[in-house]
Design a binder for this molecule. Structure first.
Ligand code: A3P
Length: 298
């Protein structure tokens, strides 16, 4: 058997359903071990639908936790500093393994919908920072990510993928349900709901909201420094945030870099006029009665 065939054995497996939610096969396998996860009251959970700015808000929080000291934030790649609870892939430590090495106070990452969220996080009243991004930019970013991160099935054509995104037939299921149900959770649970577009427009203002929510304060110049260090340009060049340290069997940055464009409104370069009309009609149905103030451009 040639090496190509060996690689194809582990790459691009079909999604597997867990409680009705489609997941990357390896992540579905991690759901069993995740049952033994115990949350601590001083944990902070970063929750997002994929491609909504998870890495960005993670880096901001790690910088806040380290008083804006970039050297300390260079101690390890972001996926080690902020364990990704349900992560598992051949050739990399799982989220549960990474967690064992993580001292309190811990920053945790998940993309899970509430149906799959470990109950311990709710029982321990773990603070949640949720970041949402407009659906059209998420769909485009996700399509490029499916192409470069080979733990996903093949995305097919953009038109195919967009249909799958709209019907929730992508890893982690429906974007529409995710942004709505996590908003609902905020009624009964300590949760700060942020938008990618707001962070893009005025990062300092959003960082101040985060500081207040986590009950910390930093001098003005440190906040400015964090804004600077967490710009798209800086994070794209930083090996501790740009995912270049993962094996290319998991992410192939030659196909599309993880830090791809980092803007609001990039969907316009990918959606056709017809796709946009079709998407908007479907969106209006899916989001009826929802007051979330999404912005598809700035
Ligand atoms: P694009 O593919 O549109 O460029 P996640 O971390 O949830 O997987 O989200 C990845 C998306 O966030 C990518 O979007 C990536 O470029 C963008 N991103 C990451 N860091 C960013 C930053 N500092 N500023 C703006 N966008 C950022």
């Amino acid at each position: 058997m040639g090496s190509m065939e060996l690689i194809q054995d582990t790459s691009r497996p079909p999604l597997e359903y867990v409680k009705g939610v489609p997941l990357i096969k390896y992540f579905a396998e991690a759901m069993g071990p995740l049952q033994s996860f115990e949350a601590w009251p001083d944990d902070l959970l970063i929750s997002t639908y994929p491609k909504s700015g998870t890495t960005w808000v993670s880096e901001i929080l790690d910088m806040i936790y380290h008083g804006g000291d970039q050297q300390k934030c260079s101690r390890a790649p972001i996926y080690i500093r902020v364990p990704f609870l349900e992560f598992k892939a051949p050739g990399a430590p799982s989220g549960m393994e990474t967690l064992k090495e993580t001292p309190a106070p811990r920053l945790l990452k998940t993309h899970l919908p509430l149906a799959l969220l470990p109950q311990t996080l709710l029982d321990q009243k773990v603070k949640v920072i949720y970041m949402a991004r407009n659906a059209k930019d998420v769909a485009v970013s996700y399509y490029n990510f499916y192409n470069m991160a080979k733990v996903h099935p093949h995305p097919g054509t953009w038109d195919n993928f967009l249909e799958k995104f709209m019907s929730g037939n992508v890893s982690y299921g429906s974007w529409y349900q995710h942004v709505r149900e996590w908003r609902e959770l905020g009624r009964t649970h300590p949760l700060l709901y942020l938008f990618y577009e707001d962070m893009k427009e005025n990062p300092k203002k959003e960082i101040r909201k985060i500081l207040e929510f986590v009950g910390r304060s930093l001098p003005e110049e440190v906040v400015d420094h964090i804004v600077k260090c967490t710009s798209f340009k800086e994070m794209k060049a930083n090996p501790m945030t740009n995912y270049s340290t993962l094996p290319s069997s998991i992410m192939d940055h030659n196909v599309s870099p993880f830090m791809r464009k980092g803007v609001a409104g990039d969907w316009k370069s990918t959606f056709t006029v017809a796709q946009n009309e079709h998407f908007e009609a479907h969106y209006a149905q899916k989001m009826a009665g929802c007051d979330l103030p999404f912005r598809s451009e700035l």
